[in-house]
Design a protein. Structure first.
Length: 573
């Protein structure tokens, strides 16, 4: 915990907190920022790290939800496309446009099936022809016209499509191209939302790795990793625990059955030929069983996803062997002239979507819309509980705004500021234009004596926070680089450990950086990170060894990654 946060907790008094938010994923962090900006005193807690649950396991897309048109969720598409456009403006350091290609295998197939789905059928279309896709893309452009920042769609014929992507199966008849967006570092964006909330309100607090130790009437006690405890008596509790919502409500004395989650897994391939052939595009395609899959370039690797399988154990979710087979078979069918094998897999991850409980027979048809049901106060529980159910990564700001307005009304506060155009973290004062970027880089390079290439690299990694990283007075030089991951420096790690609410080594390796997912990290590099973090956080040799072992075990169990020698990223069940 940073000295500033320690000071805030030491000054915490009875009745100081208006709202307690349990769960620091994207929805909880977005609400924490919004309420703190309005002057509401909040504390956000998570049993693990910020953004370490479902929010760390998305397809890393910021998208409007093209497939939601089939189920008639036009309001969700409208909100999603708007929020996508806003994130391109508010988080330009992590969110960027992604041209997307849809291979089309027929001209008219799927029209009647799509109409049945639109009218409430529980089965999705097995194939979507060019006519259906053209109609969908036109609607998508229409709904995405607010704050529009990207080109409209176009439909190209087979010859041109295969010229642009020569490895595509010859079975296609055409292709649609439209624009969505991708996010390079979703875990950091969650963390930055929390930090923005702390900066906006000096009376707000944030605690990761804080477990609920006791509930007594309206007083909730949390235990931190060092066994210190703090207690709050909030006027209102927001349950933003995602797939753990029902568990948290039970612990608060308000049993519920709100969540019916589905599991989404992804794999990442070290496949330069595939990445080059994508030409900067994502391919959004139907697998042979009719499910939607995707592949695109993520940090120089090919990200392939995702599955949609009913699941209810978020603490032990991982990519399994059948899912790996499914991904590899699907991509082989789409791109038959390329080789795909397990030895190309460098990382996998999986999470459970906190979808509403549903009796839908097809998981993909469960709504991705959000809701915020309220359990009003009862005897022995003086505070109401608002549960954040469902939702999707892209719409977190709009969801937070809706819930914040409800909370403000209950507290008899008024909204002071809209978050609609409020930059996030390193997106503040971000140089959007090429000339602005060049000027910013040169100024920071001159101020810090860092090469312009290095400033440019860190601007892409941290946004304008790169200036603070490079200006930081550290015992290490930025020229001291990690073994196996020479694009990261000891100085960066030192800055993160001292300034970014780090509790465990895994926070640095898995969330404050993309070192693990990039597949470059070696065991020696992990030891170097642990040494720097240990010196910053006062860890002894035993603690350092334990932290290293914990990261090695997490990578092996949940991400199929062995640091000593790379192994296939998904495990046999």
């Amino acid at each position: 915990m940073t000295p500033d946060m320690q000071q805030r907790f030491s000054n915490l008094g009875e009745g100081d907190i208006d709202v307690l938010i349990i769960g620091a994923g994207i929805n909880g962090a977005g609400l924490f920022r919004d309420l703190s900006v309005q002057g509401v005193n909040c504390v956000i807690v998570d049993k693990a790290d910020f953004g370490s649950g479902t929010s760390a396991a998305p397809s890393r897309l910021i998208h409007g939800g093209l497939k939601y048109l089939e189920t008639g969720e036009f309001g969700l598409v409208a909100q999603s496309t708007l929020e996508r456009n806003l994130l391109l403006k508010n988080a330009p350091h992590y969110v960027e446009p992604l041209p997307t290609f849809i291979p089309v295998f027929s001209w008219t197939r799927g029209i009647w099936a799509a109409l049945r789905t639109l009218l409430g059928s529980k089965t999705a279309p097995r194939s979507r022809g060019a006519v259906l896709i053209k109609i969908g893309l036109r609607l998508y452009d229409f709904f995405g016209s607010r704050d529009q920042v990207m080109p409209r769609h176009r439909l190209i014929l087979k010859k041109k499509a295969r010229k642009e992507m020569p490895h595509l199966t010859p079975a296609i008849v055409a292709g649609g191209i439209y624009y969505d967006a991708k996010i390079s570092r979703p875990e950091r964006l969650v963390y930055e939302l929390v930090m923005d909330g702390l900066e906006a309100n000096a009376k707000s607090l944030a605690a990761n790795f804080a477990t609920l130790a006791a509930v007594s009437g309206g007083r909730l006690t949390f235990r931190q990793p060092d066994d210190d405890e703090f207690a709050v008596s909030p006027k209102l509790v927001v349950n933003a625990a995602g797939p753990w919502i029902d568990h948290v409500n039970g612990a608060l004395g308000a049993p519920s059955r709100m969540i019916g989650g589905t599991k989404g897994s992804h794999i990442l391939l070290d496949h330069p030929e595939l990445v080059r052939s994508l030409n900067g595009h994502m391919i959004y395609f139907e697998a042979d069983d009719g499910r939607i899959c995707l592949v695109y370039n993520y940090l120089g690797m090919a990200l392939i996803g995702s599955t949609d399988i009913p699941a209810d154990d978020p603490d032990n979710v991982r990519c399994e062997e059948p899912e790996t087979e499914y991904f590899l078979d699907s991509i082989r069918s789409l791109l038959p002239t390329l080789r795909f094998d397990r030895d190309q897999i460098v990382y996998s991850y999986s999470g459970i979507r906190p979808l509403p409980a549903s009796d839908a027979t097809t998981p993909g048809l469960i709504s991705r819309d959000h809701s915020a049901p309220v359990k009003e106060p009862e005897e022995g529980r003086p505070f109401p509980i608002i549960s954040l159910v469902g939702g999707k990564w892209t719409t977190f700001r709009g969801f937070a705004e809706e819930v914040a307005d409800s909370v403000l009304a209950r507290l008899q506060h008024v909204r002071k500021k809209s978050t609609r155009y409020l930059p996030i973290g390193g997106g503040k004062a971000f140089p959007m234009e090429v000339r602005q970027r060049s000027v910013w880089i040169k100024e920071i390079a001159a101020r810090t004596d860092a090469p312009v290439e290095r400033v440019d690299e860190l601007l892409g990694r941290y946004g304008t926070t790169a200036a603070a990283v490079l200006s930081f007075s550290s015992a290490y030089s930025d020229d001291q680089r990690l073994t196996g991951a020479g694009h990261y420096s000891f100085k960066e790690v030192d800055w993160i450990a001292r300034n970014e609410l780090v509790v465990h080594l895994s926070d640095i390796v898995l969330r404050r950086t993309t070192l693990a997912i990039e597949g470059r990290l070696k065991l020696e590099g992990l030891r170097e990170i642990a040494g720097v973090a240990g010196a910053a956080l006062g860890w002894n040799d035993e603690r350092i060894a334990g932290e290293i072992e914990d990261v090695v075990n997490q990578l092996d169990k949940f991400h199929g990654q062995t640091l000593a020698s790379r192994v296939p990223a998904c495990r046999r069940a």
